[in-house]
Write a protein that binds this ligand. Structure first.
Ligand code: NAP
Length: 334
């Protein structure tokens, strides 16, 4: 794979964002390298269609075994790949779970980002580095909507770890002149969202209820509000940041919040069922602390990089519901 093509290295390539970003970059003619960790199951569902495509796999897409905790292997991958652009997306990505596994969350998000920044700093040719920051760095935000200069006030181990990594990325940019961008992304969803995230949990259960496979959906607070966008739009924002002439931090958000209850109602509306009959509150799913006022202003990225989100909230819910129903129907027709 020696070439004139731009080379990108993605950590977290098997995740929701990694898979969409891979498709985006392949479409733009990049050679894409991804870091995957060793698992007992070789099926990597979100990128399996690319791995099975013989016009793509080993030609434009290469996977390397590596773990965020394994600095020597990551360094070896950098040396072999010599990426022009690095998209660092890997890590424990579930805010609620970070209360249960705080130590590994902070290790994977915080120390691993430091490890990768150190490796990027040592590269013989300049590397452009995208860091997957998060709205959770604002936690109990002091202002609304949040902008790139809103003070950090994380309210979860996940948020603390992302805040640490975000600040480190800034330090490496300011101190060493590294081209590092923090994408401060608000929640973004898709049919590829992990099954233990609330949006996916809802669409999965509602589709199963609609097909008679389940009867009940147990949720935490329906009042929790989120600024939800579409993952496919948010990976475009990542790419745009690394194409700009100087590195910077950008908020990527829809600028509008909806409640979990709104999401539930929109999902049941797709299948024409009354949500009140099927939804039950389970306080075990309530977060120890739940940032209620996270909503982002994406004005900077819109003005500086021309980024534009596509699709509305009901369209996002519909897209997720239709994928869920299609998955059930295709299994039932086998
Ligand atoms: P995701 O679907 O959970 O994917 C996480 C990726 O990280 C997976 O590829 C996972 O590999 C990999 N990973 C986790 N721990 C690893 C380790 N120790 N070594 C190597 N790889 C590891 O997350 P996502 O939704 O795509 O999000 C991408 C990034 O953006 C994350 O850092 C997340 O925290 C951040 N973010 C996401 C959102 C959002 O709403 N989605 C918002 C703000 C920020 P496996 O497939 O092997 O598990």
């Amino acid at each position: 794979m020696k070439e004139n093509r731009k080379i990108a290295l993605i950590t977290g390539i098997t995740g929701q964002d990694g898979s969409y970003l891979t498709e985006l970059l392949l479409g733009k003619g990049y050679a894409v390298h991804g870091v995957v960790r060793r698992t007992s199951n070789l099926l990597r569902s979100r990128i399996e269609h690319l791995r099975r495509d013989e016009n793509i796999y080993a030609k434009s897409l290469v996977l390397h075994y590596g773990d965020l905790s394994d600095g020597t292997t990551l360094r070896r991958i950098f040396a072999a790949v010599q990426p022009a652009e690095v998209y660092h997306l890997a890590g424990q990505s579930h805010v609620g779970l970070s209360f249960e596994i705080p130590e590994s969350t902070c290790e994977e998000i915080g120390m691993a980002t430091l490890r990768l920044l150190e490796i990027a700093r040592d590269q013989p040719s300049p590397v452009r580095f995208y860091h997957a920051s998060s709205s959770e760095i604002f936690g109990n935000a002091t202002e609304s909507p949040q902008t790139e200069v809103t003070p950090l006030q994380p309210a979860s181990p996940y948020g603390c770890a992302k805040a640490f990594a975000t600040q480190l990325a800034r330090v490496y940019r300011d101190s060493y002149g590294l081209f590092v961008c923090n994408g401060i992304l608000y929640n973004h969803e898709s049919p590829r969202r992990g099954e233990n995230f609330v949006t996916r949990k809802i669409t999965r259960a509602v589709a199963r209820i609609a097909r008679g496979l389940e009867d009940e959906l147990a949720l935490g607070s329906l009042e929790s509000r989120r600024d939800w966008g579409r993952a496919q739009d948010y990976v475009v924002a990542m790419w745009l940041m690394l194409q700009h002439d100087r590195p910077d931090d950008y908020i990527v958000a829809s600028g509008v919040t909806h409640s979990v209850g709104d999401f539930v109602q929109a999902a049941f509306a797709v299948v024409n069922l009354p949500w009140e009959k099927h939804v039950r509150h389970n306080p075990d799913f309530d977060r120890p602390t739940d940032p209620m006022h996270l909503v982002g202003s994406a004005e900077k990225i819109k003005a500086a990089l021309g980024w534009k989100p596509t699709g509305s909230f009901p369209e996002l819910v519909r897209e997720m519901m239709e994928a869920e129903l299609a998955a059930i129907d295709s299994k039932q027709n086998i």
